[in-house]
Ligand binder design. Structure first.
Ligand SMILES: O=c1ccn([C@@H]2O[C@H](COP(=O)(O)OP(=O)(O)O[C@H]3O[C@H](CO)[C@@H](O)[C@H](O)[C@H]3O)[C@@H](O)[C@H]2O)c(=O)[nH]1
Ligand SMILES: O=C(O)[C@H](O)COP(=O)(O)O
Length: 226
């Protein structure tokens, strides 16, 4: 198997290095694609210090659009999505995600936070399908209907689609990994505003695509064993 890592990044100066470092020297990783989604800070400069393919979007277009651009540029058989603001990510976490892909028939592995921070652990316990850490067969992503406008609704779309197509999904715990909350990244007021707008993206995607006909998949997701 070969893996393309795609990391969407918007204003992640001082953080993106924590995610890129553990990826170095990993044999199965064919390429690392960082999509700088119109950042106004030094995210791109920091990413350039690593051997990555850097795609620069001229203005902020949202996570889903950044992922789409990364996907178009990638060539791996499997795609590993990682957020650029993770703390505590280590090689062992990647290895445990990759191990699951060896099980016959597995199409997607979702990495969930545990033993990191109470709030992030809790949010992944309640809503593991919102996790941005995933390893997916590229054929599934390529077959998906347009998703580039979904912004933060992207995880809902991918999970819903995979479910609809009968894909096999596994959750894998990523101990001691968490992400930096928006309030800490952007300041309290701006952080809360961005969070509110993220929840709107998530809820509207959920509502538009699945509320009436396919709500059942959410319940089922909780049953996927780790
Ligand atoms: O316009 C944007 C906004 C975010 N990002 C990047 O996308 C990733 C996730 O964004 P973040 O704002 O950190 O999201 P969270 O608040 O952590 O949201 C959680 O929930 C979201 C909705 O399910 C998921 O997309 C995230 O991966 C998940 O961590 C990070 O690398 C960002 O830099 C972009 O590239 N463009
Ligand atoms: O996972 C969490 O801790 C929150 O629900 C989302 O965090 P955020 O502040 O990065 O949006």
């Amino acid at each position: 198997m070969d893996i393309s890592v795609i990391i969407p990044a918007y204003n992640e100066e001082g953080r993106i290095g924590n995610v890129l470092s553990p990826l170095m020297g990993f044999e199965l990783i064919k390429e690392i694609i960082v999509v700088n989604d119109g950042s106004e800070d030094l995210t791109a400069k920091e990413a350039r210090q690593y051997p990555v393919t850097l795609i620069e979007l001229p203005f902020n277009q949202g996570k889903a659009a950044a992922i789409k651009r990364g996907l178009e540029a990638s060539t791996g058989e499997w795609i590993l999505f990682l957020d650029a603001d993770l703390k505590g990510l280590r090689k062992e976490h990647l290895i445990s995600m990759i191990e699951y892909t060896k099980i016959e028939g597995i199409d997607m592995v979702i990495g969930t936070f545990t033993k990191g921070k109470l709030i992030t652990d809790l949010s992944h316990k309640i809503a593991p399908f919102l996790s941005g850490q995933r390893l997916i067969k590229r054929t599934i992503l390529e077959a998906m209907p347009h998703f580039e406008h979904a912004r933060y609704g992207i995880e809902i779309m991918i999970t819903g689609y995979a479910h609809k197509m009968g894909c096999q999904i596994k959750k894998v715990k990523l101990p001691h990994v968490y992400h930096i909350p928006k309030e800490q990244k952007r300041g309290w007021i701006k952080g809360k505003i961005e969070k509110y707008s993220m929840y709107r993206n998530i809820i509207s995607t959920l509502f538009e695509s699945y509320f009436l006909s396919r709500f059942k998949w959410i319940k089922k997701l909780h049953r996927y064993s780790s």
